[in-house]
Design a protein. Sequence first.
Length: 272
Amino acid sequence: MGNVYLLLAFFSSLSIVLLLRIFENRGFDRYVIIASNYLISGSIGFLFLTGKEFPNTEMLIFGAVIGLLFFISFSAFSLSLKKYGIASTVTFGRLSLAIPVIASILLWGESPSFTNAISIFLIFLIIILWGGKIRNISPLLILLFFLFGVIDASMKYFKIRFPLVDNNMFLITLFFSAFIWSWIYILFSGRKVKRAAVLSGLALGIPNFFSSYFVLLALSNGIPAFVTFPFINIGVIISSAILGRLLFKEKLSPKRIFLIILGITAIVFLSS
């Protein structure tokens, strides 16, 4: 069953990208979509809750902070899809795997392998070369890279700091925290809440929850992390680039195709 869960995790992650791109094309309010998405994600989490360990105050505060980063990162991801297309957005988002590796070295004293060092070098080289010059690098893509990376690193911190808390309980805390933060923003910014955007967000929330849920199931059913994460990340990068071209007529220069291939190589090295 591990391979089935791995494929389901991949398709869930790819669905998030495609749905957000479609919703951006239709001009729906991205913030209303994102807020509604977190409501359904958190609600589904309760259906799969198995642990009985209730989060303490420290974890609730931690979850509230990461929930805010969830909202900001998802908003940046959606905006980047519209502004820079699928391939650039997904590539930068997936390359953020370098951040948890760096955090593990600096904060938790882990020793990097030679391939880890090569991959981190390649990732930052790709970021510099993507815009041609350092000053041409998109601040939005850089923000996306660091936000996704910090969130990934926070997942490792959660497992270390709160080992008894059920994974789904933590996901529920994150999703509902992000839900609250997003609706606070919507209310204070005076945005109009339209039915189409709400329904779109509810649809998005389903793959958003299962993208994390199926990863956890794959890992717990015998699929090692060094297989799970490269498979999903590389699969999403390649599939997104192809579908972006076929469905949305997005074009990639030969240079960026080369950098995407280099990024895939870096992900393989990072996970080896």
